[in-house]
Design a protein around this ligand. Structure first.
Ligand code: FAD
Ligand code: SF4
Length: 556
């Protein structure tokens, strides 16, 4: 039996198909449904989510700027949105070394970075609430369904997606439980897959949406949730850190520790993926960071209850691709709207979803519909979202070029003295995957062994992420060339995938008397997308595994 015959697939027709049940996809859906309701019309909208439920694949800090949520649901408080923990106090620390830290005076922190009026939330729970609002407005939420590929019409415009087949064996042949995926067709497809969406990547390349743009830049965010001693818990308090341990290898990024409610604390580290040394392990850096007395003071005696990792987009305005393509558009992190300086992408994801919905609703009401929703691009360029990203456009490249300390000093001047209006735009033209230096040109990094109190190994972390993939399915981490890892990456970079993957998926195995080989433990994958980004030869392609597979995060 062939598994690629479109005739075998059931087709469903919608007005709009939205891929991704994160804040951007759900905001698009809610706004479209609200507009339809106000106009007294009906729209058939569906949101596809590859996680087993909405929120299952969401990893975020998360501090929420509530303005865009309030413009979508002005009565979010009465509707019971899960925003119960306002930021009450904050501090930024420069971790000087593994023991010492200096508190950075508020005067030296650009105004936009203060968090008064913001909330400490679980983004997964906010998404679950948004999905409830969407369903109440008549949106179809299809969780456990991964959009595996795009469907194109005769004019080469996107006209929907295929959901992944279920029950395909690891050899690519249909198994006993084989169920073909569905064709979901619509005049407009919204790609809201988050950072490095694999369909987003396809349209960006196919329609050259990133022509003349600076390469996109990324960070890898690692996060844990801890239940801490109530005596050490300060609800509403947030801490950001810079410096140690990343500065020891000249890597940029920073840490966070947020006191959530119910004695829980969210602790994490963002590692910029333009790092140079192939010996760096973002996971071990994070484990090391927790040993710093300013972090361990809160965690000691506590219990780690959850772990997750996810890449985030950091390129900003210079790297933003054209936002539309024939038959659809990009929203949220799939386009790259995250505000790099604030490390906040949720409010921008929601804002982009609202702009997209306004455009699509107007187009769906036209008798002759333009296949490419270009008005979305124009609406963005006139929006407050554009102004926000324009103002901070130089901060990311400055930190990449000057390093954390000098880059932060530039950022302070740029934001505080010049309000982001300096008459030039900096660009970092080196893609993250091209930044690695050869392994023998960089000193090895000796990471301490986990103490199993504050620091842990990767496999016990993956266990806490609740990750599950049906084992008998084709590997969703595809190598374009099977030989590259051993013949090129291993001698040049000691195969950095062994270290950058936060879920121990890639292993170099050296069996006795056998040549080294790369083993891919795909069932551990937490869908962070780092391998798709950082592999120096761009040889690894992340594609969707069976829907419902992957992590099962509770309240990340
Ligand atoms: C560690 C970390 C800390 C952060 N801290 C903050 C913070 O404090 N404040 C803040 O505002 N922002 C923060 N961010 C950024 C913020 O989380 C993102 O900007 C935001 O989640 C982007 O929303 P999105 O809808 O574009 O994508 P996502 O939230 O990534 O959602 C995309 C959804 O689409 C689904 N999906 C992807 N591909 C497919 C497919 N092919 N088929 C079906 N479903 C698919 C995914 O499973 C996911 O549920 C942080 C991010 C990280 C990683
Ligand atoms: S295999 Fe790739 S996407 Fe999966 S966890 Fe590892 S680096 Fe992330």
């Amino acid at each position: 039996m062939s598994i690629d015959q479109p005739t075998e697939r059931e087709t469903m027709e919608f007005d709009v198909v939205i891929v991704g049940g994160g804040p951007s996809g759900l905001a698009t859906a809610c706004k479209l449904a609200q507009l339809a309701q106000q106009a007294g019309t009906e729209l058939n909208i569906c949101v596809l989510e590859k996680g087993s439920e909405i929120g299952a694949h969401i990893v975020s800090g998360a501090i929420l700027e509530p303005d865009s949520l309030a413009s979508l649901f002005p009565d979010w408080q009465t509707l019971g949105a899960p925003l119960s923990n306002p930021v009450l106090s904050e501090e930024v620390l420069y971790l000087h070394n593994q023991n010492r830290a200096i508190r950075i005076p508020g005067l030296f922190i650009p105004g936009g970075l203060h968090n008064k009026g913001n909330y400490i939330i679980s983004l997964a729970n906010l998404c679950r609430w948004l999905a409830e609002q969407a369903e109440a407005l008549g949106v179809n939420i299809l969780a456990g369904f991964a959009a595996s590929s795009l469907i194109y019409d005769a004019n080469n415009a996107v006209c929907g997606v295929l959901t992944g087949d279920m029950g395909v064996n690891s050899d690519g042949q249909p198994g006993n439980n084989y169920t073909p995926g569905y064709q979901l067709r619509a005049p407009y497809t919204v790609l809201a897959e988050g950072c490095r969406g694999h369909l987003g990547k396809e349209v960006i390349s196919k329609f050259a949406l990133d022509k003349d743009k600076t390469p996109q830049h990324y960070g890898l965010g690692l996060k844990e949730i801890w239940e801490v001693d109530p005596a050490l818990h300060k609800p509403g308090h947030i801490m950001h850190t810079m410096g140690w341990p990343l500065d020891e290898s000249g890597t940029t990024g920073g840490g966070f520790l947020y006191h959530m409610d119910k004695n829980q604390v969210s602790v994490g580290l963002i590692v910029d993926l333009n790092y140079e040394t192939p010996w760096l392990s973002p996971y071990e850096e994070f484990q090391r960071m927790k040993l710093h007395p300013r972090i361990s003071a809160t965690l000691k005696g506590g219990k780690r209850i959850s772990y997750g990792a996810r890449a985030l987009v950091k390129g900003g305005l210079q790297s933003l691709p054209d936002l539309t393509f024939p038959g659809g558009l990009l929203v949220g992190d799939n386009a790259g709207f995250l505000n790099f300086l604030k490390l906040k992408g949720t409010h921008t994801a929601i804002s982009s979803g609202i702009l997209a919905a306004d455009t699509l609703f107007a187009l769906l009401g036209c008798e002759t519909r333009a296949p490419r929703p270009l008005a979305y691009q124009r609406a963005f360029e006139r929006s407050a979202l554009y102004s926000e990203l324009f103002k901070i456009r130089n901060c990311g490249p400055a930190i990449h070029k000057l390093g954390m300390l000098a880059g932060s000093a530039f950022t302070w001047l740029d934001q505080t003295v010049f309000a982001g209006r300096l008459p030039f735009t900096l660009r970092d033209r080196v893609p993250d995957h091209a930044a690695l230096r050869q392994a023998d040109h960089c000193p090895k990094i000796d990471y301490p062994k986990p103490d199993n109190k504050l620091s842990f190994d990767r496999l016990s972390s993956v266990f806490l992420s609740g990750t599950f993939h049906e084992e008998n399915q084709p590997c969703h981490l595809q190598l374009r060339d099977e030989d590259t890892p051993i013949q090129f990456n291993l001698p040049q970079y000691d195969e950095p995938a062994q270290r950058y993957c936060p879920a121990a998926v890639y292993e170099i195995v050296r069996d006795e008397n056998q040549p080294a080989r790369l083993q891919i433990n795909a069932q551990n994958c937490v869908h962070c997308k780092t391998c798709d980004i950082k592999d120096p030869t761009q040889n690894i392609r992340w594609v969707t595994p069976e829907g419902g597979g992957g992590p099962n995060y509770p309240n990340m």
